[in-house]
Design a protein around this ligand. Structure first.
Ligand SMILES: [Fe+2]
Length: 563
């Protein structure tokens, strides 16, 4: 790589990341001319290695950039066949490319792929892409990096053009700052420790190190990726299967579709989910399977054992489906996440028309998205639950009673949320909030007060602060909604609870659910400082206090569920 380009690499990467910020491209690569007839990659993000390292002038993207001289986009692998291989190689299906011109010469190009949230690139992205390309070109304005005829007289060391090397290195943290992070929150000695004086020259250097917003985003996302991204799952789970079944039922509504099947070899021991308009005869099943096998063999792929599950959402029908009714059978690979060996097969009872074809294509995309969304939700869910448990771990280790209480309240609240037919997202929130509802105890005088039988009024007031302290502690980690449920889990329906004396529906529903479960689990517990109460008596108390302490509707449903 040209040493001048190498020097500029951090700056180039920073500008390249504007493709994520301004266009929301999930992948982008910058290729620059290497003066010997090729364009080499100098910066990229998102491709994870699945991108060509250099391209020549015959490359279709270079060729098109050279001819059109402006940015262009291609949405879909089949939209322009000459780009399909390039897209396929990088596991992408949408491309936006912008040429970079300097003194009339094509000095490079930006190759962007796959806009976030499966959106298509559109004409509004063209000027944005062009502007980013211009920003790259500006970095080379005063240089003669690409062997061009016109040699600029501007000095390459011009501070306007050169990014100090120091920007590449991160400034070392003073050791005192590192200590502060480990210091107990309440330690006054730490907060008063003198901050070392910083020489004026160093301050100037520091200001030169202040990165642009986009550089901060790169750092942030890189760090977040390390924390957030769990390894991509390789096997489907029951969660994905239920999303898949929903889409299969929708496919069955396409005119003249008789049977649709989703096959996943090697997942959960091999599975085949089938939806059909009527019962399928043995002979028709075998016919369908043979069609899939032929299709697999043609692609050089092999099948394997599968366990079949058939659903008949429209009922068993008057007559069973025969192979003679399967006029056309289509199979397509399903590409979702990191999963392998997924196939969708659709049997039509008549030649499908154009609309049916289009519907089927749309449904295939829908199926892929449903699988990916389901995986994301599962990963996110486990991540949030892990964060909740991490918050509690120090207390859980010290106080096994608190652990068992929190887990009991979490399971009971989750069960009640399910019983109330809340959405999966709400159920998950209820569970997490219930798990951390007493986390604020950590910062209070918990050690001493936890098992104390003769607790004074002042101590009760102190313990009551656990709702506000807990909410503040978890808000940055688990978000506002969970924090609000924690804050309000001791509010009462009649407005006599704490900390804010909210009443009725001012109290978040999640908090009302946790409140009743918390009271129930505390009263029946044998680990409490008070003697355990019989279940029947506790349920009677809850019934009696519906409308005063508890939301009456929630209390009644709770009693129904527990009885
Ligand atoms: Fe509490």
């Amino acid at each position: 790589m040209n040493p001048e380009v190498k020097d500029l690499q951090p700056k180039l990467k920073e500008v390249l990341y504007d493709c994520a910020v301004e266009i929301r491209a999930t992948k982008a690569a910058l290729f620059l001319y290497d003066s010997i007839g090729r364009y080499e990659i100098v910066a990229e993000y998102g491709f994870k290695g699945a991108i060509r390292q250099s391209v020549d002038q015959k490359d279709p993207v270079v060729d098109r950039c050279g001819r059109g001289r402006s940015a262009f986009f291609v949405n879909g692998l089949s939209a322009e066949p000459r780009f399909s291989e390039i897209m396929y190689e990088s596991a992408s299906d949408r491309l936006l490319a912008a040429p970079i011109y300097n003194r009339g010469q094509l000095i490079g190009l930006i190759d962007m792929r796959d806009k976030a949230q499966k959106q298509l690139f559109d004409s509004a992205d063209i000027p944005k892409a062009q502007k980013i390309a211009e920003r790259i070109a500006e970095l080379f304005a005063g240089r003669n990096v690409f062997g061009q005829r016109f040699i600029s007289l501007s000095h390459p060391d011009d501070p306007q053009n050169v990014v100090p090397r120091s920007t590449i290195q991160s400034a070392p943290l003073p050791s005192a700052a590192a200590d502060v992070t480990r210091a107990p929150v309440s330690s006054p000695a730490r907060t008063s420790s003198p901050i070392p004086a910083v020489p004026a020259k160093a301050l100037t250097d520091q200001s030169a190190r202040v990165p642009r917003l986009s550089a901060l985003i790169i750092d942030g996302r890189t760090a977040a990726n390390r924390i957030v991204l769990p390894p991509a799952p390789e096997s489907l789970t029951e969660n994905e299967l239920s999303a898949i079944r929903d889409v299969l039922r929708s496919i069955l509504l396409i005119p003249s579709v008789a049977v649709v099947s989703f096959t996943a070899f090697g997942h959960m021991g091999g599975i085949q989910e089938v939806a059909a308009k009527a019962v399928i005869s043995e002979e028709a099943s075998a016919f369908l399977q043979s069609k899939v096998n032929v299709w697999l063999a043609k692609r050089g792929e092999s099948g394997g054992h599968t366990r079949r599950n058939v659903q008949l959402p429209l009922g068993p029908g008057t007559a069973s489906i025969q192979s003679s009714q399967m006029v056309k059978v289509f199979t397509a690979p399903v590409t979702a996440g990191a999963f392998r060996s997924l196939y969708l097969t659709v049997a039509f009872s008549a030649n499908p028309d154009r609309v049916s074809h289009e519907l089927l294509t749309a449904m295939l995309t829908q199926l892929q998205m449903a699988i990916e969304r389901s995986v994301d939700r599962t990963s996110l869910q486990s991540l949030r639950e892990r964060a909740a448990i991490a918050l509690l771990e120090p207390d859980f280790t010290k106080y096994p009673e608190l652990r068992s209480h929190s887990e009991l309240v979490a399971s009971r609240s989750e069960a009640l949320a399910r019983y109330l037919e809340m959405s999966p997202g709400e159920i998950e929130n209820v569970r997490i909030a219930a798990l951390v509802h007493d986390v604020g105890m950590r910062l209070l005088d918990y050690d001493r007060l936890y098992r104390k039988p003769d607790i004074s009024l002042d101590e009760i007031h102190l313990l009551r602060e656990h709702t506000t302290v807990g909410a503040a502690l978890i808000e940055p980690v688990l978000g506002h909604e969970i924090a609000r449920a924690v804050l309000c889990h001791h509010e009462r329906w009649d407005g006599t609870g704490y900390p804010n004396e909210l009443a009725g529906e001012e109290i978040p529903r999640m908090a009302r659910i946790i409140h009743v479960c918390d009271v129930y689990e505390s009263m029946i517990s044998t680990e409490n400082y008070k003697p355990a109460q019989p279940r029947g008596a506790v349920l009677a108390m809850i019934a009696e206090n519906g409308g005063t302490q508890f939301d009456a509707a929630i209390a009644n449903r709770f009693i129904e569920m527990v009885r």
